[in-house]
Design a protein around this ligand. Structure first.
Ligand code: FES
Length: 168
């Protein structure tokens, strides 16, 4: 199914149908939240409330699951999705310092999105380019042999691209 960007009536109604089809079944909460994450793109509070009421579970339980698993996000993903590899090869070559610098520069922790909606930051386990470690990706761009000092320049490149597209 195509991903939709708004919580329109159609999407609410699809969510209600998914809830109804899973209600009372084992693993219903995870399955409904997966559906919502994939089709809505994130799990805002109003969706959590709808899921809790629809499945007859506590809102705190829904929130607990939504915040426990890295797959779920409470905010929409940023325009630029930064994935920092913390697989073994990247880890031993300085990935933790790279991630820490992204967190500091962006003012968010891994798993979060900047308030302006520009960047999301996530940790992944091996991007399949261990020979180029440490590696990060920004959307489809790969940045190899990363160092913490390269982080500000990379962010500024995407910020400039964004400004250029706004003024074009
Ligand atoms: S461990 Fe990072 S790319 Fe494989």
């Amino acid at each position: 199914m195509e991903k939709k960007s708004c919580l329109c009536e159609e999407l609410w109604s699809e969510l209600d149908n998914v809830i109804a089809s899973k209600r009372g079944k084992p693993g219903a909460l995870m399955q409904v939240l997966h559906w919502a994450q994939e089709n809505i793109g994130y799990l805002p509070r109003e969706v959590q409330v709808r899921v809790a009421e629809g499945l007859g579970v506590a809102l705190s339980e829904v929130y607990g699951v939504a915040t426990f698993y890295a797959f779920f996000s409470l905010k929409p993903k940023g325009k630029y999705q930064i994935s920092c590899c913390k697989g073994t090869a990247c880890y031993v070559r300085g990935a933790p310092q790279v991630l820490e610098r992204f967190e500091r520069e962006l003012g968010v922790k891994a798993g979060d999105t900047t308030d302006d909606g520009m960047f999301s930051l996530e940790v992944v386990r091996c991007l399949g380019a261990c020979g180029l470690s440490p590696v990060i990706t920004v959307n489809k761009d790969t940045h190899a042999r990363m160092k913490a000092d390269l982080v500000p320049g990379i962010l500024s490149k995407y910020r400039k691209a964004e400004l250029a597209s706004e003024t074009a």
